[in-house]
Design a protein. Structure first.
Lengths: 239, 500
């Protein structure tokens, strides 16, 4: 007999060992997230997937599902909190969607639309961050990094390399690469690595591919991130 | 001509009149007049008071961002910036215009015709027609497109729909009416589907008819107000723009042609990549807009006009039949001489509108716009120059990149910048000939705006004289006495004048 939790009053089954995020995704319930990816170890850092479990706040991507849990996900309070978190992500970096080549394919932008984020709310930090275009095929625009560590995990767990890491704390936190020079060209990253494709924003990009997909055919042109996310993550889960 | 009115010899005891902002133009500018006790104009200037700085902040960005990034310069003719940048970055991937795939070339041209059509329609119907239909000094309540829609509803609606059609062309090709994506290095990212092509074909004959009617209208307005229309704001100038190698009107790609005020050729079919050998820019202290001039003729005499009047004046013919017939009539008006009337900008602009509508129809019947060979690639280069005839005139984009594909240097000469001297001269002509000595009233001041508006300036595009403009900082106490003064010269040197 399968075990059950409720999310927003709806009963859903789960398998032993699943997180709330995994159980929800399998049941077709979208919980907003940026640092979570079904192929990699959960990280629990972006906090967008914050839910209330039996009245307690926790990250759905790291919290195990336990029989009888009462989970709140799609509430006004949580949506408001998630919008504030997203606004903070926007103001901490330099996210200029109008000229960013990731626009229309960007998870950060899509989550912001999903949460009905209409402005930045907070003052912009305008951090002075570098762009590393030293590699022949792959580029890092540090202005757009949200420290989700997906590239770190993809490089280690999928590519069998160790190209990326997060260094520093608090406001000084930044993405670094595994090279004495600090430049991407001196790492062993290749354009075919999953780490080069997994960035949910426009921070890590394949060079010379911008705007090749016309407006109308981009990932989020016709579907919101909840539909896209559930479809792609369930198909990955089925593989 | 009227240059003596740029700076008054002695500004003491002169009365200052300001028109701020200049309305029904793109961007933000103001006009200042200095008048003496008899209301004689002693100084007249068009100042561009907004500041953009695109040339600087695109440095450090990868070159493939440029067409999408720089089109944000403007919401009226973003396609022009998009395509000028695209032509430049084609060269960075080793593609010269003749090597661009045929379908990509024609789709870009279609996009550009849509752009020029909508921009010209916007300018004539929404911004300028109130002046032309109701009179330059009409009541302020008449000076808007709303009054046009209420008193000439058919004409007003035609203008709105003509513009909308141009925007729909842009949407079909680039995905959005404003700030879409189309051009990528060496080509375009999509062709037209049959459904998209058929959708645009539905209304094109109507657009040609309305464009032809608007040419007839402006001709009637112009010719029924002679000699006023031939004189108002009129200055004798040089003209510059692109033409095809055979001298035909060209908006997307050609060589630079310049003629002097008598119609004598100054240069013809010059490769625009060499523009820097022919055109320089001067900075003046009182405006954010630069003053370009032809190097061979010097700062004093080398300034020129660009835009519809320059293009129709400069070309030998137009390759679409209705627009060519309209051009022949236009030139007959001046007995084949160069047309210097500033208000004839409107007439030339509508001839071009008709040309765009006809050209869109031709392209829509061309199967190449539905082709699939859309991108070409060659050997990487480190420098690219893209020049295009934007609605407001010749637009130059020039970029240099490093070995990592990052932009290291950018220079933009925006159409309106080229008309800077001419607009100032026209303002001074109107101030001297029509305002000087009269008691200034609000409707009378609209005359100055009418002269500026004829150029269809885009002031927001054209302002980027950063770092070269001398700055003056004055500290003044509550009684209005000057306490301290610092001057930063264009060289960067900072000075505290002794008399401060």
């Amino acid at each position: 007999m399968s075990k059950l939790i409720t999310i927003d009053g709806n009963t859903i089954p789960f398998e032993e060992g699943q997180t709330i995020m995994e159980a929800a995704t399998a049941a077709g319930v979208y919980i907003p997230h940026l640092c979570h990816h079904p192929e990699f170890t959960p990280h629990g850092s972006c906090k967008l997937c914050t839910v209330k479990v039996n009245g307690r706040t926790c990250s759905a991507c790291t919290f195990p599902a336990v029989d009888g849990q009462d989970v709140l996900n799609n509430t006004q309070e949580l949506t408001d909190d998630r919008r504030l978190i997203t606004q903070m992500l926007f103001v901490e970096g330099n996210h200029f969607c109008p000229s960013c080549e990731k626009t229309g394919n960007c998870q950060l932008q899509a989550v912001a639309y999903h949460l009905n984020m209409l402005d930045n709310h907070f003052p912009l930090f305008y951090p002075n961050r570098e762009l590393d275009a030293s590699h022949a095929e792959v580029m890092i625009d540090h202005n757009r990094c949200i420290f989700c560590t997906l590239c770190v995990r993809a490089s280690q767990q999928k590519d069998g390399k160790d190209v990326f890491a997060i260094s520093g704390r608090g406001l000084n936190k930044h993405l670094i690469v595994n090279a004495q020079s600090g430049l991407l060209k001196d790492t062993d990253i290749e354009a075919t690595d999953q780490a080069a494709h997994i960035c949910p924003t426009g921070a890590i990009l394949i060079k010379r591919t911008a705007y090749q997909v016309p407006i109308g055919e981009r990932i989020y042109d016709h579907q919101q991130i909840d539909q896209v996310s559930l479809a792609s993550e369930n198909s990955q889960h089925d593989k | 001509m009227y240059e003596h009115l740029e700076t008054a010899k002695n500004t003491e005891n002169l009365k200052r009149v300001v028109v701020d902002p200049v309305s029904r133009v793109e961007g933000h500018g103001k006009v200042t007049l200095l008048l003496d006790a008899d209301n004689k104009v002693r100084q007249a200037r068009l100042h561009i008071v907004e500041f953009r700085g695109f040339e600087r902040f695109i440095q450090g960005r990868p070159y493939w961002e440029l067409p999408v990034l720089v089109q944000r310069l403007c919401g009226i003719c973003p396609v022009s910036h998009h395509l000028a940048a695209a032509k430049a970055i084609d060269q960075l991937v080793g593609i010269d215009p003749e090597n661009l795939p045929v379908s990509a070339d024609k789709l870009r041209r279609l996009l550009h015709f849509g752009q020029v059509l909508q921009s010209h329609a916007l300018h004539f119907f929404h911004l300028s027609s109130p002046d032309l239909l109701f009179g330059f000094e009409s009541d302020i309540s008449k000076r808007s497109v709303i009054a046009v829609l209420s008193e000439y509803p058919d004409l007003g609606v035609q203008g709105v729909k003509l513009r909308k059609y141009g925007q729909e062309v842009i949407r079909m090709v680039s995905g959005k009416r404003i700030h879409g994506t189309c051009a990528i290095p060496g080509g375009v990212n999509k062709s037209l589907s049959k459904a998209e092509r058929d959708y645009l074909l539905e209304d094109i004959d109507q657009m040609i008819e309305w464009s032809a009617a608007s040419v007839a209208l402006i001709k009637k307005v112009h010719c029924s107000n002679l000699p006023y229309y031939d004189d108002f704001g009129t200055i004798r100038t040089n003209y510059l723009g692109l033409t095809k190698p055979d001298g035909a009107l060209e908006l997307y790609h050609g060589g630079i042609r310049a003629k002097d005020a008598d119609g004598k050729m100054i240069m013809d079919n010059v490769d625009y990549c060499q523009y820097n050998d022919y055109i320089h820019e001067e900075v003046r202290s009182w405006t954010y807009m630069k003053f370009p001039y032809l190097l061979s003729m010097g700062k004093e005499n080398g300034w020129y006009r660009v835009g519809p009047l320059a293009r129709v004046n400069n070309c030998d013919y137009i390759n679409t039949p209705l627009a060519e017939a309209a051009r022949v009539e236009f030139k007959a008006h001046s007995n084949e001489a160069m047309v210097h009337s500033t208000l004839a900008f409107h007439w030339a602009r509508l001839i071009e509108t008709l040309h765009c509508a006809e050209s869109i129809k031709t392209l829509l019947h061309d199967p190449d716009i539905m082709g699939h060979d859309l991108v070409a690639q060659g050997e990487k280069r480190y420098e690219g120059v893209g020049v295009i005839e934007a609605p407001r005139g010749t637009l130059f984009h020039h970029y240099q990149v490093d070995e990592n594909d990052i932009v290291t240097k950018a220079n933009l000469i925006v159409s309106t910048t080229s008309n800077n001297m001419a607009m100032n001269e026209s303002v001074r002509q109107v101030a001297a000939e029509y305002l000087s000595g009269r008691e200034l009233t609000e409707p009378l001041l609209n005359n100055l705006e009418v002269a500026i508006r004829a150029y269809d300036p885009c002031l927001s595009c054209a302002t980027h004289a950063m770092g070269k403009m001398p700055l003056q900082l004055e500290l003044i106490d509550a009684e209005g006495n000057l306490i301290d003064k610092l001057v930063k010269h264009s060289s960067g040197q900072i000075e505290r004048p002794n008399n401060a």
